[in-house]
Design a protein. Sequence first.
Length: 139
Amino acid sequence: MDNPFPTERDQKRRYLFDAVDSVRDVVSANADKAEDLRTLPQETVDALYETGLFKLKLPTELGGAEADPVTQIEVYEAMTRIDTSAGWALIIGAGSLGLAGGFLPDQAVKHIFVDDGGPKFAGSTAPPGSAVPQEPWCS
């Protein structure tokens, strides 16, 4: 599977921030429309997919950027500064795709990740477990 993302961290960061900059006009122009529609306009979604930004967390062997956590947060922040809805959609979409690519069994990955574009993916997860109140460890 071809991978357009650079492997060296600084080059990968630049590539990702350039991708954000490349969709700035489309995302910004559609921000009010997204608010009215209560969903991202198709033009915005298409622009995000075409840049590969949804592959931010996807493993490199599946054609993703597999960006480090700091870079991920900074890319999300950059998109959110343009449009909060697009930033949120990027967080959810990249996270969902990254989880699928990183944790599904190999057989499922072979079935789902069949081309360089990867699937369009959205979802939400809630980690299992329960919170238990504790005394503060500092005051």
